[in-house]
Design a binder for this molecule. Structure first.
Ligand code: ADP
Ligand code: MG
Length: 211
């Protein structure tokens, strides 16, 4: 396996995520209006817009500096649950990657796992709680399996995207047990989780089109 990911590609990942969030802002807000307070699209868009601005201003040259900037910006600009949770995800990814400018697939998988652990440490979500965990955990698992199998990064990311989208779709029948949606109890059933939807966009932003 010799296909590594450069800092420039990681920077592009964050910019593409910001673009996908902007394009899906209304859809994310509609999902949150059904089982939350209708601000998820607004929250993610405000945060990622500010993150791109911060990247433009500082041009980080290492993976740790890049994700540190994105994570800190999300935490400082987004008041909702998603700001600290996505912020923690990126801070942990940055800390795990360190001062490297070329990232291997196994490093990427390990870093995303560290990010997932950070989200759990912060929000205590478990599988089936109808949160961002339910899309991110299967994506991390798929990346780790692909890395162990010696897959190419592009194929690994396609597998991770399929896993994230399946995980996102699987949140629809779940009863929310964390966050604002949990206040609805049974009425949360039958709605796709907004945060899990944003995670699928995050993985989509990293994934090349089918070969
Ligand atoms: P808020 O709920 O504060 O309005 P957002 O609407 O931006 O924040 O984000 C809601 C999303 O946050 C939910 O769809 C869910 O995926 C995620 N979320 C909420 N609480 C948790 C938690 N404890 N762990 C993981 N994800 C969570
Ligand atoms: Mg909300």
């Amino acid at each position: 396996m010799n296909d590594t990911v450069s800092t420039a590609a990681l920077d592009e990942w964050m910019r593409t995520f910001a673009r996908l969030v902007a394009e899906n802002k209304e859809a994310l807000t509609d999902l949150d209006a059904a089982i939350g307070d209708g601000d998820h699209g607004e929250n993610m868009d405000r945060g990622m817009r500010a993150a791109v601005q911060a990247l433009d201003d500082t041009r980080p040259s290492t993976a740790s500096a890049l994700f540190n900037k994105v994570g800190m910006t999300l935490i400082s600009t987004v008041g909702g649950a998603s700001g600290p949770l996505f912020g923690t995800l990126f801070l942990r990814i940055g800390a795990a990657l360190g001062d490297t400018s070329e990232v291997s697939l196994s490093q990427l998988a390990t870093a995303l796992h560290a990010g997932l652990d950070g989200i759990v440490a912060r929000g205590k979500a478990e599988a089936g709680d109808k949160t961002i965990y339910d899309a991110l955990a299967p994506a991390v698992q798929a990346l780790e399996t692909a890395a162990t199998d010696g897959a190419h990064t592009a194929d690994a990311l396609r597998a991770a995207l399929a896993a994230a989208e399946n995980g996102r779709d699987a949140t629809t029948p779940m009863l929310a047990r964390k966050g604002r949606a949990s206040y609805l109890g049974e009425r949360s059933v039958g709605h796709q989780d907004p945060g899990a939807t944003s995670i699928a966009l995050l993985i989509a932003a990293a994934t090349p089109a089918p070969a």
